[in-house]
Design a protein around this ligand. Structure first.
Ligand code: NAP
Ligand code: G4F
Length: 358
C-alpha cells in the first residue's frame, strides 16, 4: 500500500502582528501550514501578540510595508505562497479622518499592489487570495446588512476598504484569480488593540476594579455594533479559501449591542450595577450602590461622521461555508475582562497570551 504525501500548504499573512494576524497564524500552524508573516519595521517591539509562535519551525517573519510594491513583489516571488491573507491595514476608523491619504494608500492601493504582484509573477492560477473587507463599507445602509446590501461608507477608512473590495472582485472577474472578500463585522478578543472601544472598556473596568483608574471617559454611547469573537472569524477566513470557487461572504454574529450595553455588561461582570443618568454629553454611568460616577462622555472620542448601527446577516456563510460564531456577546465581554484583570495581575491568560501590564 503506497502513501500519499500531502504537501504542506504555505500561507502568507500581511498584518501578522495585529489581532487577526496573530490569531490566524496560530490557527494555520495548528492546521499544519507553513506560515510567512509580513510585519512592519518598528524600532519598538511589535511582536507581543505572536511571541508564543516566534520559535515555531514553520513560522517565518519578513519586513514589509503595503506602500512598498517592489518589496511585496520580491517577497511573493521568493515565498511562493499557496494562500495569501491580506490583513494589514490602518485599521482605526477615527484615525482615518486624520490620516486619510495614508489610509487610502495602505488599505486601498496596498491591496492593488499585492494583486498586481500576483498577476505579474504569473501566480494567478496558483494562489488563493483573501481580502479583509469590512462592515464599515455598509456605513449608513440600514441593517441587517448582507452581501446584497448597498455600500455607503462614512469614513476614509470605509471608502478605502470599498476600493479594495472592488479591486479584489475586479481581479477575480478579469483574471480568474481565486480572490474572496470576507466582509467582517466587528470582532474582538483579549488581544484587540487598546484603542478600539471594547478593549478600552475592559481595560478601564479592570483598572477601576484594581483602584488604578477613577473613571472611564468614552465617546458615542448610542452607536451599535455586531460584536463577535476574533477566534471564530479567523476560521471563517480560512474556510473561504478552502472553497472550490472564490466569493464574498459576510461574517457576523447577527446581534447589535450599543456601546452603552457593552459598558454595562463589563461592569456587571465585576459585580457593579450601573445606572445611566442624563443625556448626550451630560450622560453618566453611576454605580447604583455607591452613587459614584464611573463613566462620563468626552467629545474628543466622537468622529466627524458616525456609522450608527451595524448588524450583519451571515446566512450565506452559514449555508455555504458551514460557518457559525460560537462565542456569545456575554462570553466575549467576560473573557476580555478576565484577560485584562489577569494582565493587571501580571498573569498569563487562559489563551496563553503573556501580556505585560503597562
Ligand atoms: P490590527 O490589529 O490593527 O492589525 C493591523 C495590522 O496591519 C498590524 O499588524 C499593523 O502593523 C499592520 N499594518 C499597518 N499598516 C501597515 C502597512 N503600511 N504595511 C503593512 N502592515 C501594516 O487589525 P485587526 O483587527 O487584526 O484587523 C485585521 C484586518 O481586518 C484589517 O485590515 C482590518 O481593517 C480588517 N477588519 C477588522 C475588523 C475587526 O473588527 N477587527 C473588522 C473588519 C475588517 P503594526 O501592528 O506594526 O502597526
Ligand atoms: O471600536 P471602534 O473604534 O470600532 P469601529 O469604528 O466599529 O471599527 C472597527 O470595526 C470595523 C468593522 O465594522 C473594522 F473594519 C475596523 O477596522 C475596526 O476594527 O468603535 C466602535 C464604536 C464606534 O461607533 C465609536 O464611535 O464605538 C464608538 N466609541 C465610543 N467611544 C468609541 C469610543 N470608539 C473608540 N475607538 N473609542 C472610544 O472611546
Amino acid at each position: 500500500m503506497g502513501f500519499v504525501m500531502l504537501k504542506t500548504k504555505r500561507a502568507l499573512i500581511t498584518g501578522v502582528t495585529g489581532q487577526d494576524g496573530s490569531l490566524l497564524s496560530s490557527f494555520l500552524l495548528e492546521k499544519g501550514h507553513e506560515v510567512h508573516g509580513l510585519r512592519l519595521y518598528s524600532d519598538v517591539n511589535n511582536t507581543d501578540r505572536i511571541v508564543k509562535i516566534l520559535d515555531r519551525d514553520r513560522f517565518h517573519l519578513h519586513y514589509a510595508d503595503l506602500t512598498d510594491g517592489g518589496n511585496i513583489c520580491r517577497l511573493l516571488s521568493e515565498i511562493q505562497p499557496d494562500e495569501i491573507y491580506n490583513l494589514a491595514a490602518q485599521s482605526h476608523v477615527k484615525v482615518s479622518f486624520e490620516v486619510p491619504e495614508h489610509t487610502a494608500d495602505v488599505n486601498g492601493l496596498g491591496v492593488l499592489r499585492i494583486l498586481e504582484a500576483i498577476r505579474t509573477l504569473n501566480m494567478t492560477d496558483k494562489v488563493r487570495f483573501y481580502q479583509a473587507s469590512s462592515s464599515e463599507m455598509f456605513g449608513s445602509s440600514a441593517p441587517p446588512q448582507n452581501e446584497d446590501t448597498p455600500f455607503h461608507p462614512c469614513s476614509p477608512y470605509g471608502a478605502a476598504k470599498l476600493y479594495a473590495y472592488w479591486i479584489t472582485r475586479t481581479y477575480r472577474e478579469s483574471y480568474g484569480l481565486h480572490a474572496s472578500n470576507g466582509i467582517l463585522f466587528n470582532h474582538e478578543s483579549p488581544v484587540r488593540g487598546e484603542e478600539f472601544v471594547t478593549r478600552k472598556i475592559t481595560r478601564a473596568v479592570a483598572a477601576i476594579e484594581a483602584g488604578m483608574q477613577d473613571i472611564l471617559q468614552i465617546g458615542n454611547l448610542d452607536s451599535r455594533r455586531d460584536w463577535g469573537h476574533a477566534r471564530d472569524y479567523v476560521e471563517g477566513m480560512w474556510l473561504m479559501l478552502q472553497q472550490d470557487k472564490p466569493d464574498d461572504y459576510v461574517l457576523a454574529a447577527g446581534e447589535a449591542h450599543s456601546v452603552r450595553d457593552f459598558v454595562t455588561a463589563a461592569f456587571t461582570c465585576m459585580g457593579v450595577m450601573l445606572t445611566w443618568q442624563g443625556h448626550g454629553l451630560k450622560e453618566k454611568g453611576i454605580d447604583q450602590r455607591t452613587g459614584r460616577i464611573l463613566v462620563a462622555v468626552d467629545p474628543q472620542f466622537f468622529r466627524p461622521n458616525e456609522v450608527n448601527v451595524l448588524r450583519g446577516d451571515a446566512r450565506k456563510a452559514h449555508e455555504k461555508l458551514g460557518w457559525k460564531p460560537r462565542v456569545s456577546f456575554a462570553a466575549l465581554v467576560q473573557e476580555m475582562l478576565d484577560a485584562d484583570r489577569a494582565v493587571l495581575r501580571g498573569m498569563e491568560t487562559d489563551d496563553g497570551f503573556l501580556l505585560a501590564a503597562e
